[in-house]
Design a protein around this ligand. Structure first.
Ligand SMILES: NC(=O)c1ccc[n+]([C@@H]2O[C@H](COP(=O)([O-])OP(=O)(O)OC[C@H]3O[C@@H](n4cnc5c(N)ncnc54)[C@H](OP(=O)(O)O)[C@@H]3O)[C@@H](O)[C@H]2O)c1
Length: 323
């Protein structure tokens, strides 16, 4: 496994830094770091050592000497770079929006629809990693859907600044507490933010429920790491709060907390699970369940989910080679 030649593209960024840490922890040792020309020639930490940062160019990524490329560079850079790595034979996991909603490209949360990676192995080896709020949301919606059928979802998010990248983290570090405020720093599509639209469209694609009604309000809060979501789920059939807890307890990647404990960004930061709590009947709807979740957006919301996708792709590719 450790012989896999891996490129981390966006290695100087918030997600890339965590990606390098997780790869080192998992024992991968043939890892190269790439970023833009701005940081080429610098160094980034990789376990107990450092890696030289190379410039991510189509030529460098298309040279055919990488087995796996993990991209966290933003949508336009992904569109410019991913096809070259994939054409040269690398398995590619892209964390931007470039491929998420494009037909034919799998959008994968391993615990929810991991089998979809095979679609990419049949095609051009590119898998998209969802938005950092979509990932934990689908991890909790899937078991509830299997238990009683999803009819409608309302969600309010409380997203940390690390979701907007390393520069925003620096900005928060430099701010006085009195300057902290909620922001809605998204682009707008009419009266809806692109973040809200993404959360709906990506959730529908992953759950393969193209008509599922989902209404979201997304807000960024002055927290460094860890996204939280208040979720109201209307189900097709009645489900008691106890049965909902039981279904969530059995769901992979989900950890249920019971009062007086409840999910917080600080509790989620640095951990791999989606923390779920406050699971209760939603008395405002007929078959409603309300819950609250927190998740480390840089780990399960980005870097970890992408590595889990990559490991499924590597296993699938190895099986095919052996067949
Ligand atoms: N942060 C999250 O929680 C999160 C979660 C899910 C998905 N994502 C997605 O992951 C991507 C990166 O997010 P981030 O938060 O890590 O951003 P970030 O901290 O701003 O880092 C961006 C990285 O991309 C590199 N980069 C930028 N333009 C490039 C180009 N043209 N060619 C090569 N490298 C380039 C930067 O290199 P330089 O240092 O050289 O500028 C840096 O390494 C975005 O698409 C984001 O939507 C982020």
């Amino acid at each position: 496994m450790t012989a896999t030649r891996i490129g981390v593209i966006g290695a100087t960024g918030a997600v890339g830094t965590i990606t390098l840490g997780l790869l080192a922890e998992r024992g991968y040792d043939h890892v190269r770091a790439f970023a833009s020309a701005r940081s080429a020639g610098g160094r980034v930490r990789f376990g107990d050592t450092e890696l030289l940062v190379e410039e991510a160019t189509p030529e460098a990524l298309g040279a055919g000497d990488l087995d796996l490329c993990l991209f966290s560079v933003g949508t336009s850079a992904s569109r410019a770079l991913v096809p070259h790595a994939a054409a040269a034979g690398a398995l590619c996991v892209d964390k931007s929006s470039a491929y998420r909603l494009v037909d034919g490209y799998p959008l994968v949360v391993p615990e929810v629809n991991g089998g979809r990676v095979h679609d990419a192995l049949d095609r051009d080896r590119i898998v998209a990693n969802p938005n950092c709020c979509t990932i934990p949301l689908t991890c909790v919606l899937k078991p509830l859907h299997e238990a009683a059928g999803l009819a409608r979802v309302h969600v309010a998010t409380y997203q940390s600044v690390s979701g907007a990248g390393a520069q925003r983290m620096e900005q928060l570090r430099g701010e006085e507490a009195a300057e902290h405020d909620l922001v809605m720093d998204w682009s707008w599509q009419g009266d809806e933010s692109d973040e809200e639209a993404k959360l709906r469209a990506e959730t529908r694609k992953i759950l393969e429920q193209p008509e599922l009604p989902i209404s979201a309000t997304c807000v960024r809060v002055p927290v460094m790491v860890g996204h939280s979501e208040a979720v109201w789920v209307e189900l097709e059939e009645d489900l008691s709060a106890d049965s909902a807890v039981e279904a969530l307890r059995e769901a992979p990647g989900v950890r249920v907390l019971e009062l007086p404990s409840f999910p917080t960004p600080a509790a989620a930061a640095g951990t791999d699970d989606v923390l779920v709590g406050r699971v209760r009947k939603d008395t405002a709807s007929e078959h409603g369940i309300a819950l609250y979740l927190s998740c480390d957006n840089l780990r399960k919301g980005a870097a970890l989910n992408a590595i889990q996708i990559a490991e499924l792709m590597l296993a699938g590719a190895a099986e095919r080679a052996a067949a």
